[in-house]
Design a protein around this ligand. Sequence first.
Ligand code: G6P
Ligand code: ZN
Length: 542
Amino acid sequence: MEIKTIPTTPIDGQKPGTSGLRKKTRVFMEAHYLENFVQSVFDAIGGAEGKTFVVGGDGRYFNAEAIQTILRMAAANGAKHVITGRGGLLSTPAASNLIRKNATDGGLILSASHNPGGVDEDFGLKFNIPNGGPAPESVTNAIFEATCNINRYLTLDTPAIDLETIGETLLGKMTVSVVDPVADYAELMEELFDFTAIREHIANGFEIRFDAMHAITGPYAKAILEDALGAPSGTAINAIPSEDFGGGHPDPNPAWAKDLMNELMSDDGPDFGAASDGDGDRNMILGRNCYVSPSDSLAVLTANAHLAPGYANGLAGVARSMPTSCAVDRVALELGIECFETPTGWKFFGNLLDAGKATLCGEESFGTGSDHVREKDGLWAVLLWLNILASRKCSVSELLLTHWEKYGRNYYSRHDFEALPIADANALMARVSGQLNDLPGKSFAGLEVTKADSFAYEDPVDGSKSSNQGLRIQFSGGARAVFRLSGTGTEGATVRLYVEYLETEPSKLNGDVQLALAPVIEAAHEIADIAKLGRPGPDVIT
Ligand code: G6P
Ligand code: ZN
C-alpha cells in the first residue's frame, strides 16, 4: 500500500493544555489540523515504527472520523498494532488500562472530557505514555515543538475500516484489533472490589442511581452495576452515548447533573447517586439529601480504602492537587502516610504512582483514582464508595458526618468566572501576585493572612520543576483562598477561585457551605478586587 507524504506547514496554537490539545470541533476539522498534531505526536516520541498504540475516544462528534485518520497515519508511520474499542469507543480509564495491560507504547485518546460535544462544541486529543497516564510536560513540550516545525505528514489512501466488529483487521501492514471496550475494565474492577458484598447490599434494598450523562460510561455502568452487581435495570440513566451528549454538558457537578441532584436531594430519593463525565474519568458522589464534595470524597476514600480487597494492605501514600481541600492531609497524618501536594492536572500524579509513593490521588475537579490505572476513574470511585458503604452498612450522610466528627470539616467551594477577556483574567492574577509579599500579617474580612505564595512544584521522583501553578493565600485557623487560571477552556480565560475553611466545632459541621465560607470569599474578593471583572457573580459555583 502506497504511503502518502502530504506537505504541510505549522499551525499556530497546537500547544497541549492541562489535558491534551482541546479546541472547538470545527478547528479540529480544518484542513491538516488533526493530521499535523498526530504526526507531531509520532515525531515527538521518536516515530511510530514497530510500535503498538491504543486509540479510542468518548464517542463525541468527529470521534469516528478522527479515529480513521489516526489509524491511517499510524499505519503510514509504520506502527505495528493498534488496539481500539468497538466503534472506536473507550472511556479514558479503560484506555489507560488497555495501554498498561498490553504493554503498549502509549495511546491516543480522543475527548474533550466534560466539555460539550457537537460540531459547534469541543473536541480534544491527548497522548498517553506507556504507563497509561497523560504525557508529562517534557513530552507535551516536545509535541508542541514538533507542531512548530512540521513540514509533512504520512497517511494512506484507504477507505474507512470497520470498527463495529470485534476481531482483527489489517490496515496496510498494521494490525487493528477491535476489542470489547468494557470487558478488560470490568475484570479489573472485579479484582479490586468485593462484588459479592456490594451485590448483597443492593439485593437488600440499597438503591443506586448512576447518571452517565449520555456519555461513555453508559455501557460500562450497565455491564457493571446492573449486569454484574444486580442493580435493577434503569439504575444507569442516560446510558446510551450520543455524539452531542443529548445536547447537554457532560460534567458531573451539581450545576450540570441537575436532574440527578433533584432526585437525590429528597427524603425519598435513592440511597446513593453518582455521575460521570464525557470520557468517564470524573465522578460526583451523592447520598440521599447529601452532596459529597470531591475533596471530602478523597478524604473519606483514603480513610476507608482498606475495606476494599484491592487496598486491604493499606495505602503507600496519597496525593491531591494544590487547590483540592486539605481534608485528606489530616487523614494521611493519622494513617502515618505521606500526602503529596501537586499542581493541577492528573499527569502530575503519574510519577508518584509509578514510584509507589502514592496509592490514591484526587482533585477538586471531580477526579479520584488510584494506582490501578494512570488516569482518574469515575466508575472506580463509585465502586469504592459502594464497597465501603456495603462494608460499613451506613448511609452516605452518616459516613460523612462520622468523618467530619473525627477529622473536622473543610468547608469547600470553587467559584468560576468563565470566558473572560484574557487581559482581564491576567490583570486579576497580576493584582494578586503583585501583593503576595505584602499580604502576610494583613487582615481581610476578619481573617489574617499567614502565608501567601505562587505555587511551585518539584517532582520528588524526577526532580522536574513546574512554577506558576496558582496563587495561594493561607489565613489563620485553616482557611485558604486559591486563584488559578483554568488550563482546559476553549474560549477566553477562566479564573477559578477556590475557597476553604476548616471547622472543628461539632455543632457546626452541618452548616450551609456558602455561608460558612462567606468571610473567606469576602477576603478573596477584596484582595483580588474581583469587582473589576464586571461580573455580577461567579458563572458556576461547585
Ligand atoms: C482536566 C484534568 C484534571 C484537572 C482539570 C483542571 O480534567 O484531567 O486533572 O484537574 O482538567 O482543569 P482546569 O480547567 O482547572 O485547568
Ligand atoms: Zn474527563
